[in-house]
Write a protein that binds this ligand. Structure first.
Ligand code: HEC
Ligand code: HEC
Length: 193
């Protein structure tokens, strides 16, 4: 615990120093990413159970999410407020940066039976857009593999309540599944490395 705290303190100091010395130049994509690291982890590999990893997400997926957070179309706890501070060029820079970071595998406890069932459901219903077991996504489809189960459950609840809108072709599949099937899918995605 003590070790972690001092590491975080060090990162903060290092971040300030870098930002301070380069004040004249426009911020590079990497510099913009420092503003995200506190929650999404270094280089977009999330260590917080309610935070998604951004590493290896497609540029289109990140830009799309940022625009929806900014307009309020996608509900959020913090991202809506934060996205309002950036413009489209900065969204593009964020997308560029995180899409180039290496996929972030996580180790988490999942229900093995649910994950197994979820694997078949993914193949049959979701693999057209959530490619390669969710490690990749078609166009603006986010990476699902290894996202924290807690985060995935929160997003699933937002979809189920209608607060977050999903693409029509996803809704056609999602709405046909039982609550148990949807949960099995989330356990599967969380288990993929
Ligand atoms: C204070 C914590 C915090 C900071 C700082 C933060 N985020 Fe987030 N981010 C979240 C949370 C929490 C979510 C889930 C949505 C919500 O509830 O706001 C999220 C979701 C996202 C998503 C959606 C990912 C997906 O898989 O659907 C993107 C993209 C994103 N953030 C990008 C960024 C970028 C880029 C930055 C830096 C400019 C950033 N975030 C800074 C907390 C944060
Ligand atoms: C037609 C393409 C398509 C299909 C099919 C599809 N999805 Fe999606 N999915 C998307 C896109 C695009 C997004 C992000 C866009 C949004 O919600 O605004 C997304 C987002 C998600 C998210 C939120 C992830 C995050 O990080 O915010 C979950 C959970 C999800 N999909 C689950 C599923 C499941 C489970 C299935 C199969 C039953 C499925 N999807 C089928 C395209 C698809």
């Amino acid at each position: 615990m003590k070790f972690k705290t001092s590491l975080a303190g060090w990162a903060l100091v290092a971040g300030c120093t870098i930002a301070g010395t380069a004040a004249a130049a426009p911020p590079t994509p990497e510099m913009i990413s420092f503003a995200c690291a506190g929650c999404h982890g270094t280089n977009g590999g999330s260590a917080g159970l309610t935070m998604p990893s951004l590493a290896s997400q497609s540029k289109a997926s990140i830009v799309d999410a940022m625009k929806k957070f900014k307009s309020g179309e996608r509900p959020s706890t913090v991202m809506g407020r934060l996205a309002k501070g950036y413009n489209d060029a900065e969204f593009a820079a964020m997308g560029e940066f995180f899409s180039k970071q290496k996929f972030h595998p996580t180790t988490q406890v999942v229900d093995a039976a649910k994950a197994k069932k979820g694997a078949d459901l993914q193949e049959a219903n979701c693999s057209r857009c959530h490619l390669d077991d969710g490690k990749d996504g078609k166009d603006d489809t986010p990476v699902m593999a290894s996202q924290w189960l807690e985060y995935l459950k929160m997003q699933a609840e937002l979809y189920d309540s209608g607060k977050r809108k999903m693409p029509k072709d996803m809704a056609d599949k999602w709405n046909k599944l039982s609550k148990e099937d949807r949960e099995a899918l989330l356990h599967f995605y969380a288990s993929v490395k």
